[in-house]
Design a protein around this ligand. Structure first.
Ligand SMILES: Cc1cc2nc3c(=O)[nH]c(=O)nc-3n(C[C@H](O)[C@H](O)[C@H](O)COP(=O)(O)OP(=O)(O)OC[C@H]3O[C@@H](n4cnc5c(N)ncnc54)[C@H](O)[C@@H]3O)c2cc1C
Length: 388
């Protein structure tokens, strides 16, 4: 059983300087007011093109990102692998909208697959559909609206790109995650993911869709895809998460006056998350999963279920994953017990990953609750080292 209180394991690859830098960072952003002020200043400074990139690079970027390129992320990949933690390279340039940007993300995804070939250190690759196509097109398809000639071409380009990414995943023998996004484009993503699973997950699982358990219809989604997989004889890959757009989902459903698609109580999301894991383990002969979570209870729930179902810690059908710079007490202690563990390692030019970094800052304020655990762990480890 992993011991999440073991901070010696959690920070085994951080020297005293790195630990103090993490302490300073988390204690600065813990105040919602300071975090908000700093992120606003950051946006303003970027807008004015003030030379703040070196400062960002030394602080928040260093905590949460691998580097500007895959090459620059190599030392992070090696460091994680010294603790037997795999890397999932995530090109995190966000908010891009034109064709040139889509091609850039597409090429980076292919590149991340190619570098992963025959490398245990990089067990998966990942991409978002909004990285390689426009949000408005995905939304229009979701609404079953008729596409004009340009949109029909754009749609074909999207499917070709996804297929090329999946066939490259097959060539490189590296499974790939398709991230989940807003509910008003998710049917489009689910349908594409389903087609790719039917095509590529015949012998082994290469394509993983993502399920957000803050949605109240996702247990039914899982039951339904299991039924289809049994009938059509393909295997399922699922990344199981709670969901990143909770506020946005609630806000939109209120503004547009439709039934809110997400749970309103955290306990309901937690119940569905744990239930989803149970359903997957009951069907482990046809499902592989990755639990993308920083939640200790859900992680322990999966650990306990694995033992109840007699599944070895090293079984390749079950992975755990956290984000770089967060919840090391979970990742490193899982890995010590030989569970398959990985981290999303975001990379990309500093100014392009800024939205990602701002989200991490917001998520780590005292309001969200995550910060408390991060800071407590860092302080415990600093004290433990002082006593030595
Ligand atoms: C490796 C990895 C991959 C990820 N991939 C994706 C992805 O593809 N798509 C995506 O959307 N997210 C993704 N996420 C983010 C994830 O969905 C969560 O936002 C994040 O991990 C926090 O949830 P948690 O399980 O770690 O823990 P917790 O801190 O226990 O849960 C927080 C989550 O609970 C839910 N929640 C909060 N308040 C309420 C409430 N009042 N009522 C109901 N539910 C509530 C929200 O989903 C919130 O994010 C990923 C996370 C990881 C670690």
């Amino acid at each position: 059983m992993p011991d999440f209180n073991n901070t010696e394991n959690a920070f085994e690859d951080k020297d005293d300087f790195e630990l103090k830098r993490a302490y300073l960072l988390f204690s600065t952003i813990k105040s919602p007011l300071i975090s908000k002020t700093l992120t606003s200043l950051l946006k303003f400074a970027l807008f004015l093109k003030l030379p703040i990139i070196p400062l960002v690079k030394l602080t928040i970027y260093k905590q949460f990102c691998g580097g500007e390129t895959i090459n620059q992320s190599q030392s992070t990949i090696d460091k994680l692998w010294n603790s037997k933690i795999g890397t999932i390279l995530d090109y995190s340039a966000e908010g891009k909208k034109d064709e040139r940007d889509f091609i850039q993300v597409f090429n980076q995804t292919l590149k991340s697959l190619k570098v992963s070939k025959n490398k245990q250190q990089i067990p998966f690759a990942v991409f978002k559909l909004t990285g390689i196509s426009s949000f408005s097109l995905l939304q229009k398809i979701n609404l079953n609206l008729e596409l004009n000639i340009d949109e029909t071409l754009e749609h074909k380009k999207l499917i070709d790109r996804v297929d090329k990414i999946c066939s490259t995943a097959k060539e490189c023998n590296t499974p790939i995650f398709i991230d989940a996004e807003e509910s008003w484009i998710q049917d489009t993503i689910d349908n594409i993911a389903l087609n790719m699973m039917q095509k590529y997950n015949t012998d082994e699982v290469l394509i993983y869709n993502t399920v957000q358990l803050y949605r109240h219809d996702r247990l039914d989604y899982i039951k339904n895809i299991i039924k289809q997989a049994k009938e059509k004889k393909f295997k399922i890959g699922l990344k199981i998460v709670r969901g990143a757009y909770h506020e946005k989902e609630i806000q939109r459903s209120k503004t547009k006056n439709y039934k809110c698609p997400v749970h309103l109580k955290k306990s309901q999301t937690d119940l569905d998350y744990n239930k989803a894991i149970e359903i997957c383990l009951e069907n482990i002969s046809i499902i592989s999963i990755c639990a993308g979570t920083h939640n200790e209870n859900s992680t322990l729930h999966l650990v306990n279920l694995m033992s109840r179902f007699n599944i070895k810690n090293t079984d390749h059908r079950i992975y755990f994953s956290q984000l770089l710079g967060m919840s090391d007490h979970i990742s490193y202690n899982l890995s010590k017990e030989e569970f398959n563990t990985s981290k999303y390692v975001p990379y990309g030019p500093v100014k392009d990953v800024m939205p990602y970094l701002i989200r991490r800052a917001e998520e780590n304020t005292s309001i969200s609750g995550q910060m408390g655990r991060e800071l407590t762990n860092i302080i415990s480890e600093i004290k433990r080292r002082k006593k030595k």
